[in-house]
Design a protein around this ligand. Sequence first.
Ligand SMILES: Cc1cc2nc3c(=O)[nH]c(=O)nc-3n(C[C@H](O)[C@H](O)[C@H](O)COP(=O)(O)OP(=O)(O)OC[C@H]3O[C@@H](n4cnc5c(N)ncnc54)[C@H](O)[C@@H]3O)c2cc1C
Length: 364
Amino acid sequence: MRPVLVLVERDAAGGGVCRSACALLTLARRLGAPAAVLDAPADPAAVALLGRFGAGTVWTGGDDGAGGYPAAVRLDLLDRLTRRLNPAAVLLASNRVGREVAARLAVRLRAGLLGDIVDVRAEPGGPVAVQSVLGGAYLVESAVVRGTPLLVVRTEAVAASAAPAAPVVRRLAGTVSRDRRVRRVGPPGAGAGAHDLATAAVVVAGGHGLGSRQAFDLVGQLADALGGAAGGSHTATELGWCPRRDRIDQLGTIVHPRLYLALGISGSVRHRAAMQHAETIVAIDRDPDAPIFGIADLGVVGDVRQVVPALLAEIRRRRQSATTRPGRRPGSHGPDHDGHRGSPDLPPQHARPVTDDDLTEDRR
Ligand SMILES: Cc1cc2nc3c(=O)[nH]c(=O)nc-3n(C[C@H](O)[C@H](O)[C@H](O)COP(=O)(O)OP(=O)(O)OC[C@H]3O[C@@H](n4cnc5c(N)ncnc54)[C@H](O)[C@@H]3O)c2cc1C
């Protein structure tokens, strides 16, 4: 069986393996022998987790030759491994670094690249990818006809399932070649990479309706409470209430989470273009005619500065009662013994390290 390379994303803060890697390994198992690629030394916890999702090999490598720029190291690793192993495919998560690495790798290898993938299957002629296109209006099936297929996957659309293997750890010797080195010209932005909006399963976004930078803190608080990522509308970022990298609009970050909460966002065309394909949209706005309600699954007409604190209090109350109830683990989701939702049954965040609680059954 030919190897299938999976680029592993690690949590910027703690260094743990992110869920996206488990989703990619789940897909890779359908195409060949999954091999995880880590741009850092493999600690035992990471190896064990990657093994549980089917990685037969864990390749490690990387050095400081890229000035701490992650895309350069990962690109170099995948470039060398692809030439050496001739894999059936290379799988990457559809986040900022993953898309950059994939695009540059495609140029280096003169290989075909497919993006916005939500599913894959093996066919005799090679992998067939299901892509979500035209803003999610259509699903199309595509195959790469030249070179190693480079598959960029929307990992939040994939249910990760475990299939234990005992990985062999191999180190790829060598450094990023000098002519390919990246020179750092400034410090990374505060908190850069701490979360990734593009692959988050839960996104809480705030807009002009929050009214002030202080009130905008409610967005982060709600995102934290739901295990999600926080972002803002174009206006919110222009006002400096949230960093520009977290701007959700047509020209900023496009999100497609399972749950999107819009707080005080009117729902302009350019904002909608970036979030309208979220699985479930919840909007809070004081104007019942706000366009965001036209695409919301659930709308709350009210003052966001009153509704959100009430929502936070209710989440805390339910969490509290769930943790004090016998036989229930803290943070566990799903219906309680009354058949009601003891806490919001929220999909797990993808751009965060995986824990035992995250193991799910394959939906297929
Ligand atoms: C020069 C210029 C460039 C632009 N470029 C872009 C661009 O690149 N990308 C882009 O997307 N847009 C752009 N826009 C358009 C604009 O920035 C967008 O429409 C933006 O998405 C609006 O952000 P918003 O929804 O947060 O604010 P608004 O459209 O002002 O909506 C705020 C919402 O909050 C509600 N609200 C107010 N107070 C409360 C409260 N207390 N509780 C609950 N709800 C409340 C209001 O009813 C309203 O619906 C541009 C505009 C200009 C002028």
